[in-house]
Design a protein around this ligand. Sequence first.
Ligand code: SAH
Length: 214
Amino acid sequence: MIDTYKDKGLRKRLIDELTHKGINDKKVIAAMLKVPRHFFMHTDFRTHAYQDKAFRIAEGQTISQPYTVAFQTQLLQIEKGNKVLEIGTGSGYQASILVEMGAKLITIERNEILYENATKLLHKLGYNATCVLGDGSLGCANEAPFDKIIVTAGAPVVPKALIEQLKVGGILVIPVGDESVQKMHSIIKKSKNNYEEIILNDFSFVPLIGEQAW
Ligand code: SAH
């Protein structure tokens, strides 16, 4: 896998575009400049890797739009050493950004083929994440609690398990809505039974499928 000067130049241009769209967290920007997004896409689509667009990967799923990755990651306020749960590994791109930022990452994927591909790829690239095959709408009880949780598929409601598995002071970022459009929710757990929910912009994710989902 080669990351050419041309790739690096295109990546820099894409990140400049994201800063113009309002992304300003320096740690997010540094990680996105570093991780070659084209490694997570089929080689046929390599020329599209540095456009601010979502793209089809295998199994009818998508690699999120770079703006969406930046927006969600920025909301998470990742600190080095944070224990983070990602739901929807997909290509592994979002996972690699989180690991690059110093997160101790557990990432869950329900689709076996995507799980296998991402596990191999993350390992090959040296991104040390724990990949799990399963239904992330139930969280990951044996690894809980988490400092941060990010859901990269659209949910009909906020799954209760995810709030339960969050530490007090932790943040959950999740798109909630119907199957075509969802609003980004940022949920901060204030105490054991109390949380604050901020509802932000519209996004369009593939559906979260599972017991506490579609
Ligand atoms: N974060 C990914 C984007 C993945 S798209 C990336 O950077 O490429 C959403 C992914 O969520 C899909 O791969 C889909 O299979 C997965 N998914 C949907 N419902 C799920 C569930 N209940 N548990 C785990 N993964 C789920």
